[in-house]
Design a binder for this molecule. Sequence first.
Ligand SMILES: Cc1cc2nc3c(=O)[nH]c(=O)nc-3n(C[C@H](O)[C@H](O)[C@H](O)COP(=O)(O)OP(=O)(O)OC[C@H]3O[C@@H](n4cnc5c(N)ncnc54)[C@H](O)[C@@H]3O)c2cc1C
Length: 291
Amino acid sequence: MKPAPFSYADPDSLDEALAVLSAEGEGAKVLAGGQSLLPLLNMRLAAPTTLVDINRVPGLDQIEAGGSGVRVGALVRHAALLRSAEASAVQPLLARATANVAHPAIRNRGTTVGSIAHADPSGEMTAVLALTGGSVTVATPDGTSSVDWADLFLGPLETSVHGPAVVTSAFFPALAPRSGTAFAEVARRKGDYAVCGAGVMVTLDEDRRVASARVAYISVGLVPEVHDLTDAVVGRPVDAADWAAAGVMAQGLVDPDGDLHASADYRRLLVGALTARTLASAAAEAQERSA
Ligand SMILES: Cc1cc2nc3c(=O)[nH]c(=O)nc-3n(C[C@H](O)[C@H](O)[C@H](O)COP(=O)(O)OP(=O)(O)OC[C@H]3O[C@@H](n4cnc5c(N)ncnc54)[C@H](O)[C@@H]3O)c2cc1C
């Protein structure tokens, strides 16, 4: 199918983009990589009156990796983030999760920030933003503000960013000392959206015992879900922690739906298995980083 008619603007500054979004009202949509929006248009699941293409806006394609975390500009492609050794060194979960986003052709064009703004509960980067305690910066005609992940995701494909607004960057805090991460998912075919996915973060105390274990899931709830599993493993040395027990604990905390791709029971089973596996791997990394 072809999209419904729309007008197109490709402003060359952020101010101009915001002015067009303001003038066009609710019918206008930001276009970044187009890897989610254009399929929706082609299937006529969305019919914006105007697309405001931000690809010519300067300054939005930067990755800034520093001591406190990684700031990813709105035009940074998934592939660029995946390749960034600086970003991986500061927050290794970024590359680990991005490697699971779609296929190389889509990663070459799709943006990390677009993925977050799209708020698909199956999107890997929404979970990474949540698990790392990240935030986004939003520009509107009235100024710029920061929106914490917990205030951002309202439901499937729905965020708290409304009206004339451009998400200019996403910020992912750095991995804490003595910590490790892992990401794993199950998809019907490599590159497909996950049937279930888990990103985890484990932190050890100074005696190299588990101090915290947290997990974020994709394709399990309507928004990215973060759960604290520390109680199942706290105080244990890495090789004596019962990661399977943490998986069982997680199964009691989630409430997945069944759909065409997987039943609710199968998703719950995957939650247990992926949680146990990724926690063990993240803990081993935390131990290595503590040495
Ligand atoms: C076959 C296929 C498989 C895929 N598999 C996966 C997968 O496994 N995991 C995954 O996470 N994604 C997957 N995707 C989606 C892909 O990752 C997209 O790149 C991403 O979801 C959206 O980024 P984009 O830059 O393409 O955004 P666009 O398609 O341009 O926009 C998506 C939405 O976000 C809004 N938006 C985008 N950028 C901004 C901004 N800066 N400010 C405000 N609003 C903005 C748009 O208005 C639109 O509503 C897949 C896509 C395809 C076609």
